[in-house]
Design a protein. Structure first.
Ligand SMILES: Cc1ncc(COP(=O)(O)O)c(C=O)c1O
Length: 417
């Protein structure tokens, strides 16, 4: 594919950082004489030892050389041994159809999303956006001022017919076609939907027909309640038009700030050039700690870990659903989340959940989010609330939902007066 037509002006202006390139070469050479980059000498750093205990009781101390790597600058694309592990991981979980893809580590998936958007979008250019969507995504897009085409969801995820309608209208009116579709396919934030297998295939065909890129933001890829791992867009990709974003946030640690871009090499190169001139690289210490885990865990141990995570969140989801049924029946409507960490509630008695949250729920110590913040136009009021079942205990969820039910009843009583 020729990606030049997809790149924003800023992307063609970005240049490699020469010092970073030298650094990359130097990291491949045995016993290099380092007189180039301004590497601080790790001997001057106060951290002299780092030990970590992983699940299963496996403890290890980083060797002197691993500690030096963890405390030092590293190549922008990432720590080579971990890059290799992650390439293998992607092959195992997605069996990609092409060979010309690569990966790069970013500081979380959000960092990757914002770098991908900057790479592609110029002001007023059309892009398609799954709606409602994670607040970080709309925030990253807003500063770029694209022409947003909203693609809404039902219980099976985003609706392909809306893509057809929008693209056909644009074609007929000779308007610029959308450059990309942003999709959060598995356990969507905030709706909890999983895009059905049929729709994934249909949407990929539409991407081919109307020639747009697919940004597959899939942080909840392993947090779902299905019997079968969903088919990723990356695994369907025959053209090199999918930019896949993963994260370690939901299954190793969110504090380590580690995300991954997997895409055609030309796209990954652009992300790396962006990093060479911004973050330089994602945290070295995080990359070394994750690599050590990949060394300890065979692939099947990851699978076991994902199953445990799925069981954990399914129990939480079920506890929240039980409390919702107990207290909110007749007051709210919801679909059963198929993955992710959120319940998306429609409160039937109000179209202003912003008021409900800020003036009632928060004052009563119940922290939930109003639905309007998950839309591009946050001014438009909605009847929706997002509740997270990932963190609170079942007792806390039960208490929170009981308080919310009282608040909603008070609202209804006020309206009746
Ligand atoms: C849909 C979506 N994308 C991206 C992110 C950001 O994840 P990370 O912690 O990897 O930056 C989140 C976090 O909640 C999310 O829900």
């Amino acid at each position: 594919m020729d990606y030049t037509k997809f790149f924003a002006k800023v992307t063609s202006r970005r240049r490699s950082n020469f010092i970073r390139k030298i650094f990359e070469v130097q990291s491949l050479v045995k016993d290099p004489i380092i007189l180039a980059g301004g590497l601080p000498n790790t001997a001057t750093f106060p951290i002299k030892d780092l030990s970590v205990t992983y699940e299963d009781g496996i403890s290890l101390n980083l060797t002197k050389s691993e500690l030096d790597t963890a405390l030092q600058y590293m190549p922008s694309q990432g720590y080579k041994p971990l890059l290799e592990k992650w390439r293998e991981f992607q092959k195992t979980w997605h069996t990609p159809q092409r060979k010309d893809w690569d990966v790069a580590f970013t500081s979380g998936a959000m960092d990757a999303c914002s770098k991908v958007f900057e790479m592609i979008i110029d002001e007023d250019e059309p892009i398609m956006l799954q709606i409602p969507t994670y607040v970080g995504i709309t925030g990253a897009l807003r500063s770029l001022q694209p022409d947003i085409i909203e693609i809404s969801q039902d219980a099976d995820g985003i609706i392909p017919e809306q893509i057809v309608k929008e693209c056909e209208q644009r074609r007929m009116n000779n308007k610029q076609m959308p450059k990309l579709l942003y999709v959060n396919p598995t356990g969507a934030n905030p709706t909890g939907t999983i895009l059905s297998e049929n729709r994934r295939r249909k949407i990929y065909e539409l991407a081919q027909k109307y020639n747009f890129l697919i940004v597959e933001d899939d942080p909840y890829c392993f947090v779902h309640f299905l019997n079968k791992q969903p088919t990723s867009f990356f695994s369907l990709d025959t053209d090199g038009r999918v930019i896949r974003l993963d994260t370690f946030s939901k299954f190793i640690s969110s504090g380590l700030r580690m995300g991954i871009v997997t895409a055609h090499k030309n796209i990954v190169d652009k992300i790396v050039i962006h990093m060479e001139n911004s973050s330089l690289h994602s945290p070295a210490i995080s990359q070394v700690l994750i690599y050590k885990l990949f060394e300890i865990w065979e692939p099947h141990r990851f699978e076991e870990h994902f199953k445990n995570i799925q069981r954990f969140y399914r129990e939480r989801r079920d506890a929240m659903l039980a409390s919702a049924k107990k207290y909110l029946t007749g007051l709210a409507e919801w679909n059963v989340p198929q993955g992710g960490m959120f319940l998306w509630l429609k409160i039937t008695a109000t179209d202003n959940t912003m008021d409900l949250v800020t003036n009632k729920c928060l004052l009563n110590g119940v922290f939930v989010l109003p639905g309007n913040i998950f839309y591009y136009d946050t001014e438009k009021l909605t009847s929706y609330l997002r509740l997270s079942y990932s963190y609170a205990s079942s007792e806390e969820m039960d208490k929170g939902l009981s308080i919310m039910a009282d608040i909603i009843r008070e609202e209804i009583a006020k309206k009746v007066k």
